[in-house]
Design a protein around this ligand. Sequence first.
Ligand code: NAD
Length: 291
Amino acid sequence: MEQRIKGTTRLLCLIGTPVGHSGSPAMHNFAFRYHGLDCAYLAFDIKEEQAPEAMKALKLLNAQGFNVTMPCKNIVAQNVDEISPEAEVIGACNTVVNENGKWKGYITDGSGFVLNLREHGVEVKDKKIVICGAGGAATAIQVQCAFEGAKSITIFNGNDPFLDRAKGTAAKLAEKTPDCKVTVHCLDEKEAFVAAVNDADIFINGTSVGMKPNEDKTIIEDTSLFRKDLVVCDVVYNPTETRMMREAKAAGCEKVIGGEGMLLWQGAVAYKLWTGKDFPVKEYQAFKAQQ
Ligand code: NAD
C-alpha cells in the first residue's frame, strides 16, 4: 500500500458509523491496485449530524467520491448537489461521485441486487415480484426493479413503521413507473400472501429475518409455497445461506440466491461510477477465497 500512495493519490472513502467492520476498503483498494489506479480508500466514523460537514471537507480535499452507510444515507441525499432518479425516490444515497467539483448522489443497493440476479441468469424485466420488507435494502430493490421494468411488485411488511414507508414508495412509483403495478399488504394478510407468492416469478426476503443471531427464523414458514420455478432471493448475507434459502433448495427451487452477491455487486456498481471501469469481480472472489 505505502508504495502506491503518492502526492497525486485521490481519496475515496466510506462515511457512517460504525465502519470498522466494513469490507469496502479491502474491496476497492484491491481493485485500484488491480487496475493500477492512483486512488486509495479509507473509512471514517461519521455520525449523522456530522455528515454535511464531512461532505464539505471531502470536497475541499477533492476526494473522488465516497460511500455512505447507516445512519448517514438520508442526510447525505439531502446535501448532494445532484441526485439520481432512483436515489431521489428512495431519499437515500450510498454512493457519491465528484463530478467536476459537484457531489452527485446514487444508490447502488438496488442495481447490485439486479446485477446479482443477472449473474444467476434471472432478469427482473416483465417479472411478477413479491418482496417482504420496506426498510433500506427492500426499498432500494423495489425502486430499482420498478425502474428496470418489473411487471408488478407486491410488498408485504409487518405492522410496524416501515409499512407506511412501503405505502409512500408505492405512491411515488405509481407516478414514476406507472407500468409497474405496486401494491402493499400487511404480512398478517395470510391469504393475500399465499395468493401473491403462488402467482409470483420472484420472491425476495428484504427483511432482516434470518440474520444472525436469529438464523433459526424464516419469513416463509409454509415451505409448500416453494415451487421449482419460483426464484427465491434473500438480502441477508450473514449467514451466507439462511434457513429460508436452505428450505427453498430442499423443496426443489432451482434458483435460490443469497445476499452476499448483492453486497459485492453494489460495490462493483459504485466502483464503476467512480472509475468508469468494471470491478474485477472474479479476481476479487478468488483473492478472498485465499484469505
Ligand atoms: P431496516 O432496518 O432498514 O429494515 C428492516 C426491515 O425488516 C423492515 O421492513 C422491518 O419491517 C423488517 N423486519 C424486521 N424484523 C422483522 C420481523 N421479525 N418480522 C417481519 N419483518 C421484520 O434494515 P435494512 O438495512 O433494510 O437491512 C435488512 C437486511 O438486509 C439486513 O439483514 C441487512 O444486513 C441486509 N442488507 C443486505 C444488503 C446486501 O447488499 N445484501 C444491503 C443492505 C442490507
